[in-house]
Every structure is written in structure tokens, then in C-alpha cells.
Write a protein that binds this ligand. Structure first.
Ligand SMILES: NC(=O)c1ccc[n+]([C@@H]2O[C@H](COP(=O)([O-])OP(=O)(O)OC[C@H]3O[C@@H](n4cnc5c(N)ncnc54)[C@H](O)[C@@H]3O)[C@@H](O)[C@H]2O)c1
Length: 429
């Protein structure tokens, strides 16, 4: 199938790189976002999110005239839906599909025979068939026979989105063979990885299994770290040695799991079969309780939290990105402040990020000035490269806590720090 025009709904971490990449590969792309601020920022030649290389790509796409930004969809050969799929507000851990529903509804007036609609948002099993298809069919056109409908989950790694968008293998799920082939033709415009076609609800399941698998493996690493704390083992050394086994690949423990994917998507599988997923649910609970575990470590290291001056380094959910969604670092800073500590946070990728009860610092110096303890929550490169001598000069205390296993213990100790590392208990601590 030949594509000239494309409408991408949702210009966030996934939609914006996707729209821009299609535009720089020759398609005429209408990028749609319902957030007026996003549209205004992009129209002014700026970019509202941080991702390495994205700004240059977006500007090239806009300059070429192939990418235009709008608050409303228009007719096009194909539509890509890349809107958020968070958990709902209530505590039932159910997917909030309202964005997917609204985006699908906004496509209806513009849908024409022969069009292709692709859902990219990570969604619970059967969303494409049971939610998106019936909405689009309000156009009077039939999914499969009159227009093509496919689902292709995005599996890029933030920080490397532009490369992975092109190089990763991509699974396309069809509701009929022609839709799958149309989807393949669209993504073949820029994807260099394999394009794998599959049937029915498999692709939705594939995406959820990938993220659930990571979540469970991080949960077990976090439990190993807790056991190590208790019995006096160095988890980082233990993992390194265990991973010399040819069939073992234990992930790194840390302060918890965040982001818009791994911390949410397992619940979509639980939603599909609550009685069949005890391990998945426990892994979520373990990872969700890791921030409280870290707060306890900080409290033990300081002998209490009330009135203690704490510099919390990093707020994003992982290293070298600006994405704060579901971040365990934010949760840790929030609980520390709630427990009465004077918390100053510093997030280099978003210095204005505010945590309830804590003070945002706009520089590292400001965060560390007068602090009794520095807590490393995110292993951003700039934090990994910190000179402990300089850090000590800015602080009033000499306690450092590393929740990422990122700091050189010998160097921090030599600088006079009392360094506590997550998962390093007993005499190893
Ligand atoms: N961020 C990631 O690393 C990642 C990776 C893989 C998959 N995903 C999945 O991709 C999807 C999008 O995630 P994201 O991180 O890009 O989200 P995001 O919040 O960064 O961007 C989504 C954008 O969609 C816009 N939007 C909401 N409703 C809309 C509508 N009806 N029409 C047009 N625009 C609308 C929002 O204003 C927002 O700008 C989610 O399902 C997510 O799980 C994300």
C-alpha cells in the first residue's frame, strides 16, 4: 500500500519521534495533540520533552514542511494513535482507556475507505478489537473490509528512542491479513528491524509480557538486595558473580520501578486475569514498596528523619531522561519530607520539578549546600561523575546513600564519607 499522508495523534515521547521520523522519510504528516501548550511549543520551533537528538529531528521535520502541528486531526491515508494509557484514578489498577477512546472518536469524521489506523498505545488485551474497532465503525465503514486496523506496540528505550524506533524489530497485529500488510508497508518506510506479523490479541500480549517480565526480574533483584542488607552480603558483588553463570542474567536492584510502561503495564495483564497472576501482582507490590524500603535505609543511616537536611539527587524514573512519570525517586523525596526531613531535590533534566513538601534546587550546589546527607536516587551520568571531595566541601554532613550502586565506594570513603549502599549489609556496609 502506498502512503502519502499520515495523521499522528499524541505528540509525546512516542508520537513526536514517530511523526518526525515519518516526516523526514518523505511522508506529509499532521501531528495532532489536544494539549494547546504542546502545539504552541512545537509551532514555535521548540520541543516540550527531552530526548537526545529529538529537537534536531523535529526542527528538520518542521523545516522540510512535511510536519505540521495541529490540535485537530485531518483526513490522511493513515492514522497512528500514540496517546497515554495510564492506570485509572481509583485504586482498582485498571487501565484508563479514555485517551484511546477520545483519540479514536476524533478520527471517525476523517476516516475514508482504504485508510489504515494503527494503535501504538500500550493497551490491555483485546483493546484494538473491542474498543477501537467499534468506535471507528461509527463512521459507517467496516474494520477489515473497508479500512485497515492494526496494533503495533512501541518498545523503544527512552534515551535511545530515535535509534531504536528505526532499528528495533516491530510486531504488527492485524485484524485481517490486508491490515497487517498495510501496517507493514507503513512502518517499512523507516523501520530497519524485522517487521513481524502476528494475529489476534498476540501483539497486545507480547508488549505486556515484555514489560511484566522486566518488572518481575527487577522485583527479584530488589528482594535479593533486601536479603543482602539483612544477612550482610554485598548484592552488587553477588550479582556480578551469579551473572558469570552462562544462563543467569540478574538485573540491578534500585529504589523502585517507574515510568509510563514497566510500572503500569503488568496491571493490564492482571486486569485480564486477576486469579491467574499472583507472581505478577506480588512483583508490582515489591517494586511499589521499594521507595518505603529506601526511606527506611535513610532513616537508619541518620538515626531518624525529623529535621534532617537531605539532598535528594535525581527525580526522573531512570538515568539521563527527563520523564518523571511514576518515578520512585519522587515518591522517596515525598515520603522523606512527609516524615519531617528538610528535603532539597535536584533534577538536572527538570530543575523546576516540584515534590510536595520538598524544596526544588536549581543547581547541584544549591541542593548540597548545608545538607547532612546526599541521597543518590537516579544514576544520571553527571551524578556518577561527581567528585566526592567537592561534594563534601558543599555539605555540612558526611553521610552519602547510594540507591543505584553507582558511586565508587573507595573514593567516597577516602573523601571521608560514611557511604551506605542499597543491598550492602552488615560488615560490607
Ligand atoms: N514513553 C515510553 O517510553 C513508551 C515506550 C513504549 C510504549 N509507550 C506507550 O506509548 C503510549 C504513549 O506514551 P507517551 O510516553 O508518548 O505519552 P505522553 O504523555 O508523552 O504523550 C501523549 C500525548 O498525547 C496527547 N493526547 C492525549 N489525548 C489525545 C487525543 N485524544 N488526541 C491527540 N493527542 C492526545 C497528550 O496531550 C500527550 O502530549 C502509551 O500507551 C505508552 O504506554 C511509551
Amino acid at each position: 500500500m502506498d502512503f502519502q499522508t499520515l495523521c499522528v495523534l499524541g505528540l509525546g515521547y512516542i508520537g513526536l519521534p514517530t511523526a518526525s521520523t515519518f516526516a523526514t522519510h518523505g511522508l506529509r504528516v499532521i501531528g495532532v495533540d489536544v494539549d494547546r501548550h504542546v502545539v504552541d511549543v512545537l509551532r514555535n520551533g521548540e520541543v516540550h520533552i527531552y530526548e537526545p537528538g529529538l529537537r534536531t529531528l523535529v526542527q528538520a521535520a518542521i523545516r522540510s514542511g512535511n510536519l505540521v502541528v495541529s490540535e485537530l486531526p485531518e483526513t490522511a491515508d493513515a492514522f497512528v494513535i500514540a496517546v497515554p494509557t495510564p492506570l485509572g484514578e481509583d485504586d482498582g489498577k485498571q487501565a484508563d482507556l479514555s485517551y484511546v477512546i477520545a483519540a479514536s472518536e476524533s478520527v471517525v469524521p476523517h476516516l475514508r475507505p482504504g485508510n489504515l489506523v494503527v494503535l501504538e498505545s500500550t493497551s490491555p488485551p483485546r483493546t484494538t478489537l473491542d474498543v477501537v474497532a467499534p468506535i471507528l465503525e461509527r463512521s459507517g465503514l467496516q474494520a477489515g473490509s473497508d479500512f485497515h486496523l492494526a496494533y503495533t506496540p512501541e518498545r523503544v528505550l527512552p534515551g535511545q528512542i530515535l535509534r531504536e524506533l528505526i532499528e528495533n524489530a516491530r510486531v504488527i497485529r492485524w485484524i485481517d491479513r490486508a491490515s497487517a500488510e498495510a501496517g507493514r508497508d507503513l512502518y517499512a518506510i523507516f523501520v530497519r528491524g524485522e517487521i513481524l506479523l502476528t494475529d489476534a490479541t498476540t501483539a497486545e500480549m507480547v508488549k505486556l509480557m515484555e514489560n511484566t517480565y522486566r518488572d518481575i526480574n527487577i522485583a527479584v533483584a530488589n528482594e535479593f538486595a533486601r536479603v543482602s542488607d539483612r544477612i550482610g552480603v554485598d548484592i552488587w558483588e553477588a550479582i556480578e558473580l551469579a551473572n558469570r553463570h552462562p544462563r543467569i542474567d540478574i538485573l540491578r536492584p534500585g529504589p523502585g520501578v517507574g515510568g509510563h510502561c514497566v510500572s503500569i503495564d503488568p496491571w493490564f495483564l492482571v486486569q485480564a486475569a486477576p486469579d491467574l497472576t499472583p507472581i505478577i501482582q506480588q512483583a508490582r507490590r515489591t517494586n511499589d514498596s521499594q521507595p518505603a524500603y529506601v526511606v527506611n535505609l535513610v532513616s537508619q543511616a541518620l538515626g531518624g528523619l525529623s529535621g534532617r537536611r537531605i539532598a535528594a539527587l535525581g527525580l526522573s524514573y531512570k538515568s539521563d531522561v527527563d520523564d518523571l512519570r511514576e518515578s520512585p525517586a519522587i515518591e522517596i523525596a515525598r515520603i522523606l519530607a512527609f516524615e519531617g526531613a528538610e528535603v532539597r531535590t535536584y533534577e538536572p533534566f527538570d530543575p523546576e520539578a516540584v515534590v510536595p513538601g520538598a524544596d526544588p534546587a536549581t543547581s547541584l550546589e544549591m541542593a548540597l549546600k548545608g545538607a547532612e546527607v546526599a541521597v543518590l536516587l537516579v544514576d544520571h551520568q553527571t551524578f556518577k561523575e561527581l567528585d566526592p571531595q567537592q561534594v563534601k566541601g558543599m555539605m555540612s554532613g558526611h553521610v552519602a546513600i547510594d540507591t543505584r550502586g553507582a558511586w565508587d565506594r573507595a573514593a567516597w570513603s577516602a573523601a571521608g564519607f560514611e557511604l551506605h549502599v542499597l543491598g550492602v549489609g552488615g560488615e560490607n556496609a
